[in-house]
Design a protein around this ligand. Structure first.
Ligand code: KG4
Ligand code: ZN
Length: 334
């Protein structure tokens, strides 16, 4: 079979990225321009500033990616683009670039859902086996997705309120860590002990999660301790918080694996970088005797290699978009 080269483009939040992936599994070249330092001072991503930076960076990133791969646009088979969900202004910059290239070089345009990208980041390291359970944990999503074959997604559970990454970032801010606080809280927890008692969220029979109660519990705890002029043991609070969050995820994953006969668990999204989550999932997979893939850190946060990998399977599934394709700030994974 002829090799298929997909150019992926990702600009849904604060990373402008382009990547070329061969046959959905082999990364040829990836370029990522991150805006983390620009948004740090604001404590979160400022949509308007993000869009402006994407405009500035997109052509540079695309050119650099082709150069790094030592390839020309003519050698690309199709262009995969994150059409959503994400920040609308940011998404539109990537989409317009993708459409322009698709029109000029007459290449098929493949719309890719951002979460499909996070899931297929795993295909860059290991062949996916079905039935599969994708544990999607990012700044905007906390979902359990069941897959019985390539590019067929069924959401079986998700958060009822805050996304897990959002909760990490808010709790991190309350204990005085800089944005994005998730990775910093994770690091700090290695020095702490599980001494603070926090409520375990949503201990029910569903596959759903809830994090807002836990977030409020941390905020109240910090507030009360401050009022009493008691010192907060930051590292201990980070450890206690982290253990509760991870327990909540692993208990629902265990239930899904047993009830859905899952063979392969994959972790996807920015929070997949979390060391306690990785370790607990590893232990769970061993206990249940199922395969587990955890993407290397570079594939956990937003990047275009994952979009190109997903784009390959969408291309095989003939999911071709037209030049009328629009970005969507929200959309369910189908
Ligand atoms: O997937 P991602 O890059 O962007 C979205 O699509 O949302 O995820 C970013 C989120 C942020 O909330 C960040 O704090 C969190 O992932 N994150 C972590 C860790 N690394 C990144 N949260 C906990 N522990 C980490 N090690
Ligand atoms: Zn993401």
């Amino acid at each position: 079979m002829k090799d298929i080269y997909i150019l992926g483009i990702e600009s849904s939040c604060d990373e402008t990225s382009a990547s070329i992936v061969k046959n959905g599994r082999e990364e040829i070249a990836t370029v990522i321009s991150s805006q983390i330092d620009i948004h740090k001072d604001f404590g979160g991503v400022v949509p308007e500033i993000a869009s402006r930076h994407h405009v500035k960076n997109i052509t540079i990133v695309l050119e650099e990616c082709l150069q790094k791969a030592n390839m020309k646009m003519e050698e690309i088979d199709a262009i995969a683009i994150t059409y959503g969900p994400g920040l609308i202004g940011s998404l539109l910059v990537g989409l317009e670039a993708a459409k322009t290239l698709s029109f000029i070089y007459n290449k098929p345009l493949i719309p890719v859902h951002h979460i499909a990208g996070h899931i297929y980041a795993n295909s860059l390291v290991q062949e996916l086996e079905f039935p599969l359970l994708a544990v999607v944990v990012s700044g905007g999503h906390t979902e359990l997705i069941e897959m019985k074959e390539h590019y067929r997604f069924k959401k079986i559970g998700g958060t009822l309120d805050d996304a897990i990454g959002e909760c990490y970032d808010k709790v991190a801010r309350v204990i005085g860590l800089e944005y994005p606080g998730g990775p910093k809280l994770d690091k700090l927890s290695t020095e702490g002990k599980d001494t603070y008692k926090l409520p375990i969220p949503l201990k029910d029979n569903s596959y759903n999660f809830s994090f807002s109660g836990l977030k409020s519990a941390v905020i109240n705890l910090v507030h009360n301790e401050n009022q009493r002029k008691n010192e907060i043991r930051q590292a201990d609070l980070a450890t206690s918080f982290q253990n509760v969050v991870v327990k909540s995820i692993t208990s629902k994953v265990k239930k899904a694996v047993l009830e859905k006969n899952i063979k392969h668990i994959i972790i996807a999204g920015g929070v997949a970088a979390n060391r306690v989550l990785r370790k607990s999932m590893q232990e769970l997979a061993e206990e249940l005797g199922v395969e587990l893939s955890v993407p290397p850190i570079k594939y956990c946060t937003d990047n275009a290699a994952m979009i190109a990998a997903a784009g390959y399977y969408a291309y095989l599934d003939k999911r071709i978009g037209s030049l009328n394709l629009n970005s969507k700030s929200q959309d369910t994974l189908k």
